[in-house]
Design a protein around this ligand. Structure first.
Ligand SMILES: Nc1ncnc2c1ncn2[C@@H]1O[C@H](COP(=O)(O)OP(=O)(O)OP(=O)(O)O)[C@@H](O)[C@H]1O
Ligand SMILES: O=C([O-])CC(=O)C(=O)O
Ligand SMILES: [Ca+2]
Ligand SMILES: [Mn+2]
Length: 654
């Protein structure tokens, strides 16, 4: 053997066939394909797997009757989608109509499906004769295909993420968020001035529910996600999301906790159900409706209905509102905060309104990410409510936010971004669709995610404010009363876009850094936070991630690199032992120096060219804080009257 021996006169090696004498000479030695037809060949491409794969046939397995489990699941979904007036659910069938070859196995559950009764013929309508195909807990790959085939504006970007458009709404609609006021909730919840809970009655809820359900059942197919909320195993919630779009299903797949195939098989009845009718509007002639959009929560029925908005954040934040109701009733504090943990187990919470840096700063290459937006603090420590992150991506850069950048890959939903038409490279600086461009990805896409997403009690509580006035110091250390004062105030300069209709940064106060999501009076959450911080000896910090050297328009946003150094110094304990100076008006303790941060920026007065306009602006902001806090002066915080007095005294003084 060998090329030298077999070389031909033209210099080319002779092809050796000698050794294969007994066999027929093939062009390769691979085993032939196990298919007789092209269809068969294609059918081989897709391997049958667990319950995540939609089943067209019903199989018997050695583990018991697959058919029974399948039937139970379909019955449960049919019951979820039941019309309350006709008392019946749609005929549901699992799987994609496009792939349905044989006659589908149908389940038509009555509303009270526990005691099956013969259908009332008077109730039969055309809609009851129709099938609704259920695409149940599809995988990201399947959802990509559905989105690309059926939803205009869905594209694969060059990094593999799914680009989608959320339609006319590119932010939440807080003015259209309603909560059913019944005997219980009228007593329990926070209503009236400042409250996010706009009332509606039970009947109107049912009208909207029927509208959403009828719309969903009129479709050829709907998506159903059965998933979990809260990584704390003792306080886990089962949620079902019924939606019209693959984009919504993939978004929730990423944002909620994903069940294992075994967990899904034993899922049972959900604790809460969302009916997301997306673009289908509410009827403006319906009582209480003020626009074509309505996001309705009914705590008694454990249901939420979405009409007239396709912004996916409504589902995420609707569930967060639910947690803000359920958790405090179990003495667990729900928090609009990011959360991470150092190598030594030191946990930090990052509170702040939308766009202040919760996601950006909790995603830290040197620390474990517990979560970026929604947490619970119980007697055992912290737990993330979600299974994914929802990052703002306007002006996203690989250098400044590498972990978020790298998370935007296959499986990630990219909302409302602009990309080059051919290469599909995203231009993160492009605001043509909206300023509120977003990426939703599973938390494990962040390399140092802490899974399960739980941790011990927090050591540092960081309040983030994006101060468009440019007068709050980049960092200050707070005592407990000041922490409470700023937590209840919930100040920021709202960054454009996340709430529909806001185009320019404006000073905003939002109690508990998330008034849009709380259900009880803010003082309830504040008292719980004070108690937990005191008990665990946590330190409060106020970090301005907003302007320096002047207000919005003349100054500039504090460099992210500087904010990161400040946060590092909080985590390491360096700042706890620094020397401090007290500021005028707000009485904030500011450090004299921090490693890696120019000392002159630590006191904002130094950065303003005109000291008079600094003072003027400082007093103006102080006045806004004072005015905002007026509504809280008559509320006791916790059981300790001293704390209440201290909190009232912790505001600006001038
Ligand atoms: N100094 C800074 N500190 C933090 N973020 C900054 C800073 N300068 C600019 N940014 C930008 O501000 C944005 C902060 O958005 P982020 O996604 O972290 O908001 P969020 O608090 O998580 O809000 P949401 O609750 O809406 O998700 C990012 O786009 C980030 O790049
Ligand atoms: O809810 C959203 O759309 C985004 C978000 O996290 C917030 O606004 O706090
Ligand atoms: Ca975020
Ligand atoms: Mn948020």
């Amino acid at each position: 053997m060998g090329l030298n021996n077999g070389a031909l006169s033209n210099g080319l090696a002779k092809i050796e066939t000698q050794k294969l004498k007994e066999e027929i000479c093939h062009d390769d030695s691979a085993v032939p394909v196990k298919a007789q037809t092209l269809e068969e060949l294609h059918s081989l491409q897709m391997k049958k797997s667990g319950p995540n794969t939609p089943m067209t046939g019903i199989q018997q397995t050695i583990f018991g009757s697959e058919a029974d489990k399948n039937k139970q699941q379909l019955e449960s979904i049919s019951a979820s989608l039941a019309s309350l007036t006709r008392e019946t659910g749609p005929k549901v069938v699992k799987g994609d109509p496009a792939k349905q070859a044989e006659t589908p196995k149908v389940v038509h559950a009555s509303h009270q499906h526990q005691h099956q009764h013969t259908p009332q013929f008077s109730n039969i309508t055309d809609s009851a004769l129709k099938f609704t195909h259920i695409l149940y807990n599809l995988s990201p790959a399947e959802l990509y295909e559905q989105a690309i085939q059926n939803e205009k504006g869905s594209f694969i970007t060059s990094s593999g993420a799914l680009a989608t458009l959320s339609g006319a709404k590119t932010g939440r609609s807080p003015r259209d968020k309603r909560v059913v006021k019944d005997e219980t909730t009228s007593e329990e919840l926070w209503w009236g001035k400042g409250s996010p809970n706009i009332e509606m009655d039970e009947k109107t809820f049912l009208i909207n529910r029927e509208r959403a359900v009828d719309y969903l059942c009129s479709l050829e197919k709907v998506y159903v996600n059965d998933q979990f909320l809260n990584w704390d195993p003792m306080n886990k919630l089962k949620v079902r999301i019924v939606s019209a779009r693959a984009y919504h299903s993939l978004f929730m797949h990423n944002m909620c906790i994903r069940p294992t195939p075994e967990e899904l098989e034993n899922f049972g009845t959900p604790d809460f159900t969302i009916y997301n009718a997306g673009k289908f509007p509410c009827n403006r002639y319906t009582h209480y409706m003020t626009s074509s959009t309505s996001i309705d929560i009914n705590l008694a029925r454990k249901e939420m209905v979405i009409l007239g908005t396709q912004y996916a954040g409504e589902m995420k934040k609707g569930l967060f509102s639910l947690m803000h109701y359920l958790m405090p009733k179990r003495q667990i504090l729900s928090l609009h905060s990011g959360c991470n943990m150092g190598k030594d187990g030191d946990v930090a919470l990052f509170f702040g309104l939308s766009g202040t840096g919760k996601t950006t700063l909790s995603t830290d290459h040197n620390r474990y990410l517990i979560g970026d937006d929604e947490h619970c603090w119980s007697d055992h420590g912290v737990s993330n409510i979600e299974g994914g992150c929802y990052a703002k991506c306007i002006d996203l850069s690989r250098e400044k936010e590498p972990d978020i950048w790298n998370a935007i890959k296959f499986g990630t939903v990219l909302e409302n971004v602009v990309f080059e038409e051919h290469i599909r490279e995203v231009d993160y600086s492009d605001k043509s669709v909206t300023e509120n461009t977003r990426a939703a990805y599973p938390i494990e896409y962040i390399p140092n995610a802490k899974i399960p997403c739980v941790g011990p009690h927090p050591k540092n509580v960081i309040l983030l404010a994006c101060d468009a006035f440019g007068v709050l110091p980049p960092v200050s250390k707070l005592n407990l009363a000041q922490t409470m004062y700023h937590f209840i105030s919930g100040y920021t300069a709202l960054v454009a876009g996340t709430e529909d209709g806001i185009k320019e940064p404006t000073a905003t106060f939002s109690a508990c850094f998330g008034a849009a999501f709380i259900m009880f009076h803010p003082t309830k959450y504040a008292a719980m936070l004070a108690e937990k911080m005191q008990k665990q000896g946590a330190t409060g910090w106020l970090v301005n991630t907003g302007w320096s050297g002047g207000s919005y328009g003349s100054g500039s946003r504090i460099k992210l690199a500087h904010t990161r150094k400040i946060i590092d110094a909080i985590h390491s304990g360096e700042l706890l032992n620094a020397n401090y100076t007290k500021t005028e008006v707000f009485g904030l303790e500011i450090p004299n120096e921090i490693k890696g941060v120019p000392s002159e920026i630590l006191d904002p007065v130094n950065t303003w060219p005109n000291k008079n306009s600094y003072k003027e602006t400082l007093l103006k902001l102080g006045g806004l804080f004072r005015k905002n806090f007026e509504v809280f002066t008559n509320h006791k915080i916790g059981t300790d009257s001293n704390l209440t007095d201290e909190i009232l005294a912790a505001g600006p003084n001038f």
